[in-house]
Design a protein. Structure first.
Length: 332
């Protein structure tokens, strides 16, 4: 899938992305899911394609947690969170279609209670990032990728180009000293959260940063919190967590993570990878549980092979159709 613009973070810049779409068929009905591989976990399209033929789907009800859902616990999927996420999405899509209801309705969630999503600007020169800010959808929130040598100049250029609120994501790009300096600087730039300022292994530094952060800007953990078990292990290292389906293994675990985070007084940011409308729509069904959303993955694509949730200047409009409500577009 080609991107509208080159997309840079502190580790890499991309001009296209390749994900895996998974279809599960049962009784004449199709369920769809998307796997966006997490490369720093050793996941790849090739490894996922090699695993799929080896999986066994037990028979039984499609009620979540029973019958075919046991496939998610097979040892082959132990380190394959993105593929588990795709299978989980596809099974939930099938379940919703079987019940004749959308996933958000089956979970009793209100699709009108969804926070506006940010729109992400990839890391680039200050001039290009300012131009991207001017061309961005009229969302009330922009998310800025940082971690380069011109971070402050980029932010100042963006602030001069837009009045939107700003969220910053360093993608583990700062040390403790830099992060402490940034929390003070960002207070004057209308920044409403800082995402993953430190490396995921800097646990003591993360707790110190949280203790010394007097800016009032919440710190949200992303790479530090991949799954449900990570929440307890990182308590005190931030004010909230970013939940991504490809990292936690799918909507079922994501829902548990959101509930567990709120029980512990943590904020929830519901995010995504560079994904089509298939993966992003699956995440959006959980958006009523979030305090912040960053579900712009499909809006960053030049060509989207699926249609589902609408990204309308940051407002997320869920399809009112059974299952995920996602359709595959006709292939050219």
């Amino acid at each position: 899938m080609p991107l509208r613009d080159p997309f840079g973070i502190s580790r890499i810049t991309r001009s296209e992305v390749t994900n895996l779409a998974v279809k599960i068929s049962a009784n004449g009905t199709e369920g769809w899911g998307e796997a966006a591989p997490i490369y720093y976990h050793g996941q790849s399209i090739e490894s996922m394609e090699g695993i799929l033929p080896e999986l066994k789907f037990p028979e039984g009800s499609l009620e979540p947690g029973s019958g075919p859902w046991a496939v998610l616990n097979q040892p082959l999927l132990e380190n394959q969170s993105a593929l588990r996420a795709a299978l989980d999405m596809a099974l939930l899509d099938l379940w919703g279609k079987q019940q004749g209801q959308s996933l958000f309705k089956l979970w009793g969630l209100n699709p009108t209670a969804i926070p506006a999503s940010s729109f992400t600007l990839g890391l680039d020169t200050p001039e290009i990032m300012a131009e991207k800010a001017r061309r961005a959808p009229k969302t009330p929130v922009l998310k800025i990728k940082l971690g380069g040598k011109d971070d402050l100049a980029c932010l100042e250029a963006i602030r001069g180009a837009t009045s939107a609120r700003i969220r910053v994501d360093a993608n583990e790009g700062w040390n403790l000293k830099e992060a402490l300096e940034w929390t003070e600087r960002l207070r004057d730039l209308d920044v409403d959260l800082i995402e993953q300022p430190l490396h995921r292994d800097m646990h003591e530094e993360g707790r110190e940063l949280t203790r010394r952060n007097k800016s009032g800007i919440p710190i949200i953990l992303d790479e530090s919190v991949q799954c449900l078990n990570d929440i307890l292990q990182t308590l005190g290292e931030g004010d909230g967590i970013n939940i991504k389906l490809a990292k936690c293994g799918g909507p079922l675990e994501a829902k548990q993570m959101a509930e567990a985070a709120h029980e512990r007084g943590l904020l929830v940011l519901l995010g995504c990878m560079l994904e089509s409308s298939l993966g992003v729509t699956a995440a959006a069904h959980l958006a009523p549980l979030a305090d912040f959303t960053d579900l712009d993955g499909a809006a960053l694509l030049a060509k989207d092979p699926f249609e589902g949730m609408l990204f309308n200047d940051g407002r997320l409009l869920l399809p009112n159709a059974p299952g995920l409500g996602v359709k595959r577009k006709s292939q050219d």
